[in-house]
Design a protein around this ligand. Structure first.
Ligand code: BGC
Length: 354
């Protein structure tokens, strides 16, 4: 039987380019890019499994990508009080594997990945008990100031959708990132911004007894798991967090795997491997280990014969009629998705270190 743990590590290693970038999916042309969001979660998993050099190479690459855009970032920060900065001054969401920015039309204004990156850098240094590399410092400072200036603007969410909304999970990533930057650079200003973000979430991102997908939405989204795990805007056992998880279980999980949100129609809106793993991670943190084990084994049963984990499984689709539409547009959905493998490794490692 194929060892999914080792295979996942090998797959990620093989698909890291020479400069350190990880491709989101080697076999799905639309994802032939590196995102800081996917990349950081992949690097985090590599750190957990002991592949520290791989993680370090990714962070070095990402830091260089940010630093080389310093002049644009400064213009964006200066423009922020007057609304969304000029598109050419925004930091980019996706990069080709040789470090250029993606050129085709794409919803580029997404802030969560920069918070995720800052969080991941701190985790890398914590896991490796390493000091802050001097060449990361300017990137961390630029990112923290950029997020501090822009966090109140609507932007695309972690699913690259709803660009006119303010998203709770995005704010959580920014919170986690700014807390990390404050700790790494010993700058209380970033912690003050993080505290303002938390206050905003508690005031504006709550629907009834649970968190909401975006300001004004009555719905939940499974990315809300990240509000606690890993970004700790709320503790995992905070009542709002518990109620949110209960709703995710009830509304977004019918048969094992976790959907993104009820109205999701991307490839019909299937069950996402990485969200299933992150729900498991939440259960590890709250000590509900039997649930975490169930979710891990659900994921293992979703691997293809070659050991590939897909982005999503076409089961219990929200909108079955949309599956052929997407198949026609972009080909069959991403498989393997490196982020899915990384999320699996994360859950596996954390569960087995209990
Ligand atoms: C997802 C993003 C992800 C990208 C690459 C998109 O479909 O919504 O979250 O970063 O794919 O995996």
């Amino acid at each position: 039987m194929l060892d999914l743990y080792q295979h996942s590590i090998d797959l990620i290693r093989t698909n890291q380019s020479a400069n350190g970038a990880y491709v989101a999916s080697p076999s799905f042309p639309t994802y032939h890019y590196c995102w800081f969001r996917d990349g950081t979660y992949i690097a985090y998993a590599m750190d957990l499994v002991g592949e520290h050099t791989s993680a370090r190479r990714f962070y070095d690459w990402a830091a260089a990508m940010v630093t080389q855009r310093a002049a644009a970032v400064e213009r964006a920060i200066a423009a922020a009080p007057y609304g969304q900065p000029a598109p050419e001054d925004l930091l980019d969401t996706r990069y080709t594997l040789d470090g250029a920015v993606g050129t085709d039309d794409w919803p580029n204004f997404q802030l969560d990945g920069f918070g995720t990156l800052l969080w991941g850098m701190r985790e890398h240094l914590r896991i490796n008990r390493a000091a802050l590399p001097s060449e990361w410092r300017p990137a961390i400072e630029l990112l923290a100031r950029y997020l501090g200036a822009l966090w109140q603007l609507p932007c695309y969410d972690c699913w690259e959708e709803f660009g006119d909304k303010i998203h709770t999970a995005t704010l959580a990533a920014l919170y986690g990132g700014l807390e990390a930057a404050a700790a790494l650079l010993n700058t209380s200003e970033y912690a003050t911004t993080a505290a303002a973000i938390k206050a905003f979430v508690l005031d504006h991102c709550v629907a009834g007894e649970s968190l909401s997908k975006f300001v004004g939405s009555p719905l939940v989204d499974a990315s809300l798991i990240h509000v606690a795990t890993p970004y700790r805007l709320l503790a995992p056992d905070h009542p709002l967090m518990r109620n949110t998880i209960t709703r995710i279980e009830r509304e977004l999980r019918r048969d094992g795997g976790v959907h993104r949100y009820a109205e999701d129609s991307y490839y019909g809106g299937g069950e996402w491997v990485l969200l299933t793993a992150y729900l498991g991670w939440y259960y590890v943190e709250t000590g509900v280990l039997h649930r975490a084990h169930e979710l891990l084994s659900w994921i293992e049963r979703r691997a293809t014969q070659n050991g590939a984990l897909p982005e999503q499984v076409a089961a219990n689709l929200n909108y079955p009629e949309m599956l052929p539409v997407w198949n026609e547009r972009w080909g069959t959905s991403a498989c393997p998705l490196l982020w899915s493998h990384a999320a699996y490794l994360t859950l596996y490692t954390l569960l087995h270190s209990q």
